[in-house]
Design a protein around this ligand. Sequence first.
Ligand code: NAG
Length: 130
Amino acid sequence: MCLCLFCICFCHFLSFSQCVYLGGPVSNKAVITQRPSWSQIISGEVITLTCEIQDGADTEWEYEWRSNSSETRPYSQHWVFTASASSHGNYKCRGKKKMDPYTSTAWSHPITLTVSRKLNCFTVSLTVEM
Ligand SMILES: *[C@@H]1O[C@H](CO)[C@@H](O)[C@H](O)[C@H]1NC(C)=O
């Protein structure tokens, strides 16, 4: 037998379990965009990923990010970072309603970042005296 209070259940003297809310997915779609949008990113470039919730303007959203389907990043709509070799991978996002955090959109289609190493270039300047 468990005694539950605000969704925390005390089942024995020392153990307790937490109830799980299973919020259904919402129908809004999450779409991820990348700026700059070219597919070959050079190490050192600043990348902005934006998570857009379609038809979601009337709702306040929180955002969740995944890279390589594991890491989760903070809850903001934009994720700005400087690309490095380790930025290589898949990125996706989804939205959660701020007022109803157990309800989220499906994950966006992932985008793939390919990061190339910066080329070392020489700058040759010519001064032409006229
Ligand atoms: C994704 O995985 C690849 C291969 O394991 C790794 O090289 C890369 O750094 C990872 N990217 C991120 C953003 O974690």
